[in-house]
Write a protein that binds this ligand. Structure first.
Ligand code: NAD
Length: 485
């Protein structure tokens, strides 16, 4: 495998070359944005087999999962950006209050400059390229840094980016030393995906240059299951979302809160679906991933000792295998509830009511642990609405898991400890754009009202004028009144 870290001395020149390209205006035209995105898409499609081999070599990522969550996802994100780019780039006309007429107002989205994208290992190419796609679509130069913990995927991703052959889109390879060096450079936006400890390092470094950051972090994402849920479907969707990529998914359901009366049915159904997915022995299934490295394997192995193992529980250190595992009899104080699990271990906690479940989640949020995702399972819309209204999280999927991530029309991002800012589709374009407010005045007239000397008559008129609403505001006020707000 050809995997070498970028020499420290080469990092500053790479960023400088990206800045030179941006300053020369290379990246601004729509033509460049389109051509670069199309080239990237072609390269991903051409190198599909190599990429799938790399994911398998790093941690046994099943090819089907790797194709859907990496290749297919990246291609559809590029296609979505290409389909909407012209519209996104249009100045957005907004209302101008009557007092400031005659005149017009627009929001113009302009590229911020040179962006930096730092990615983790669990979806190593998708989480590198998807933010880079957004940065390119928004007309920026961009430097990507894949995770050294998925070295095969990092090498393939780097080769792919280098094949674009454009200094405005470049890659730095490495670990802590290289990323630290990268972070001493001046960027105009940094998007970091990974754990919240390193996020604090990134944010501190960004503060030196007042660089805005988007932080895509993790946390404990709960799944709440009501006695009014379709328990069989809930079990299947929770098992799928949890055990995909062997639980190494930022939005995997971390733990389940289930109403006591359906607890046993849910546990049994998860067992049935795990067997349906991976057979009687998941260790020989080609559809089940491995843990990324030994430290994570040993960390996870210790978490199995909470509560009672009712499904799985077997491990194999040599192949870093941990069976899809379900634990019951868990309390909030067990070690498995003390950190993001990020592996194939699912604690299930019985609660007396959905209100208790909401309180459980919200108490953790009040203590600082706002989840990245939240899953609510009920056939009652009112009940799902109550869960959404009574909790907070980066995103929500009702009666499902993971899939809110893949809708490009939804923002993806965390809140509080699970992150700040968002991307995907237009939200990514906006993240890497500066929204510039432009108000254009007419010169057909120039009333003296605003200008000194300030007379009491002028003051009266200005007070009156500034309280007048734009016709669009009047419309909004009426619509609000009709809705009873
Ligand atoms: P990781 O160890 O690969 O680290 C992420 C990046 O930070 C890497 O590129 C790494 O080189 C860099 N890094 C590590 N230490 C550093 C340091 N001291 N200084 C500067 N850079 C450093 O990945 P991870 O952090 O283990 O990722 C797992 C976490 O990421 C989980 O918490 C997961 O929930 C979260 N995650 C979030 C999302 C999301 O979209 N919100 C997606 C995937 C993972």
């Amino acid at each position: 495998m050809d995997y070498t870290f970028t020499p420290l001395a080469e990092i500053a020149p790479k960023v400088a070359a990206a800045r030179t390209a941006f300053a020369a205006g290379t990246t601004r035209p729509q033509l460049w944005r389109r051509a670069t995105l199309e080239r990237l898409r072609d390269l991903v499609e051409e190198r599909e087999e190599k990429l799938l081999d790399a994911f398998a070599a790093d941690f046994g990522k099943p090819r089907f999962e790797a194709w859907t969550s990496e290749i297919g996802y990246i291609v559809s994100e590029i296609n979505h950006a290409l389909a909407h780019l012209s519209t996104w780039m249009q100045p957005e006309r907004v209302a101008t209050p009557l007092a400031f007429k005659p005149g017009t107002s627009h929001v113009v989205r302009e590229p911020v400059g040179v962006a930096c994208v730092i990615a983790p290992w669990n979806y190593p190419v998708q989480l590198l390229l998807a933010p880079m796609i957004a940065a390119i679509a928004a007309g920026n130069a961009v430097v990507g840094k894949p995770s050294e913990l998925a070295p095969h995927a990092a090498a393939e991703a780097a080769a792919l980016i280098e094949a674009i052959g454009d200094p405005a889109v470049c890659v730095v390879q490495g670990g802590v030393a290289e990323t630290s060096e990268l972070l001493t450079q001046r960027f105009d936006h940094i998007l970091y995906t990974g754990n919240s400890r390193v996020a604090r390092i990134v944010m501190r470094a960004a503060a030196e240059n007042l660089t805005p950051v988007t932080l895509e972090l993790g946390g404990k994402s709960p799944a709440l299951v009501s006695r009014h849920a379709n328990v069989q479907i809930a079990a299947r969707r929770i098992a799928w979302g949890k055990f995909m990529n062997a639980g190494q998914t930022c939005i995997a359901p971390d733990y389940v809160l289930v109403e006591r009366s359906v607890h046993d049915e849910l546990v049994a159904a998860i067992g049935t679906h795990v067997e349906e997915f991976y057979g009687a022995d998941p260790q020989v299934s080609g559809d089940y991933a491995r843990i990324v490295n030994e430290p994570h394997f040993h960390r996870l192995e210790k978490l199995i000792h909470s509560g009672t193992v009712v499904i799985g529980g077997t491990t194999d250190a040599d192949t870093r295998y941990i069976a899809p595992t379900v634990l019951t009899g868990i309390t909030a104080d067990d070690p498995v509830m003390g950190e993001e699990i990020f592996g194939p271990i699912l604690p299930i906690i019985a609660v007396d009511s959905m209100n208790d479940a909401i309180e459980f989640v919200q108490q953790r949020a009040d203590e600082g642990d706002k989840p990245l995702a939240l899953y609510t399972f009920s056939d009652s819309d009112d009940e799902n609405d109550q869960v959404i209204a009574g909790t907070t999280s980066g995103g929500v999927c009702v009666n499902g898991t993971l899939l809110h991530f893949s809708n490009p029309n939804l923002p993806f991002g965390g809140v509080g400890e699970s992150g700040m800012g968002s991307y995907h589709g237009k939200f990514g374009f906006d993240t890497f754009s500066h929204r510039r407010g432009v108000h254009a005045r007419s010169t057909r007239m120039d009333p003296a009202l605003m200008y000194p000397p300030y007379t009491s008559r002028k003051q009266k008129l200005v007070r009156k004028g500034m309280s007048l609403l734009d016709p669009r505001d009047v419309g909004a006020k009426l619509r609000g009144a009709l809705r009873g707000k």
